[in-house]
Design a protein around this ligand. Structure first.
Ligand code: A3P
Length: 275
């Protein structure tokens, strides 16, 4: 018992691995990493550092809920655990599986203007190809059907940006009040205002302050200050330079997304100034 003195003093014996009380379910390239890291500035929030891919990956899901729990960080009982796996948002089986784990879980979705998100998605894939010295199609070729000249809805980066289609699948399981939509474009330019909204949604006392976020001109993004000694920016792969895209293709995509965006605003009650 004596040997446990320090541990007891620090209260470490109370550390547990908790299933997440909130999940960032997507959207890929919306700013999911920035959101998770920034929420972790809050003393009550503990993050699963890696994307767990439990609910979207059949092999992982078959490992069972205790495997999932074992992937969670240690936390104190009063803290909440958050994980992010952006593939959850677009994977058919996921809403039902999450519902079965916890039907009152809080779900965070971070979105960006859909055309920008699609180009960002493309840029990530392009970078992966280039790393392997492979060539890749131009964005224009993938996003536009070469025979009809219409938007190619088979292209995954286009499909992922049709937010309302995915959300509607989730709404078969969860009421809309269980979702909070984060404006990923504003998380870039004014992160604190978005984080305050998330604190409210998660019923957390407001603890993230201007001290915690500082603009780094070299990176062109906000970076995170946890305390007087520890600060960090996101990895260089966050905030890539997008290739230039034919403006008429961008306009075509914006027109294509417009009605879906309207529906998304209507359902979520959050309106954006997307074109
Ligand atoms: P780009 O690379 O298109 O700029 P995800 O983590 O979901 O993959 O999202 C990546 C996006 O997060 C980046 O997209 C970037 O714009 C955005 N982002 C938001 N806040 C950021 C921050 N503080 N630092 C770096 N990237 C940030």
């Amino acid at each position: 018992r004596r040997g446990n003195g320090t541990k007891e003093q620090l209260g470490l014996q109370r550390l547990v691995q908790q299933l997440p009380q909130a999940i960032i379910i997507g959207v890929r390239k919306g700013g999911t990493r920035a959101l998770l890291e920034m929420l972790n500035l809050h003393p009550t929030v503990v993050k699963a550092s890696q994307e767990i891919h439990y609910f979207d990956n059949a092999k992982n899901y078959a490992r069972g809920i205790e495997w999932y729990r074992s992937k969670m960080p240690f936390s104190f009982p009063h803290q909440i655990t958050i994980e992010k796996s952006p593939a959850y948002f677009i994977t058919d089986e996921v809403p039902e599986r999450i519902f079965k784990m916890n039907s009152s879980i809080k779900l965070l979705i971070i979105v960006r203007e859909p055309t920008t998100r699609a180009v960002s998605d493309y840029t990530q894939v392009l970078e992966g190809k280039e790393r392997k010295n492979k060539t890749y199609h131009k964005f224009e070729k993938l996003a536009i059907d070469s025979s009809t000249f219409e938007v190619n809805t088979k292209y995954k980066a286009v499909r992922t940006s049709i937010y309302t289609k995915h959300l509607e699948r989730w709404l078969k399981y969860f009421p809309v009040e269980q979702f909070h939509i984060v404006d990923g474009d504003r998380l870039i330019t004014d992160p604190l205002s978005e984080l305050k909204l998330v604190e409210q949604f998660l019923h957390l006392p407001p603890r993230i302050s201007p001290f915690n976020l500082y603009f780094n001109a070299t990176r062109g993004f906000y970076c995170l200050r946890f305390n007087i000694v520890f600060s960090k920016c996101l990895a260089g792969s966050k905030g890539r330079i997008h290739p230039e895209v034919d403006p008429s293709v961008l306009t075509k995509l914006q027109r294509f997304f417009h009605p879906f965006n309207q529906k998304f605003y209507q359902i979520t009650g959050r309106t954006f100034t997307w074109p």
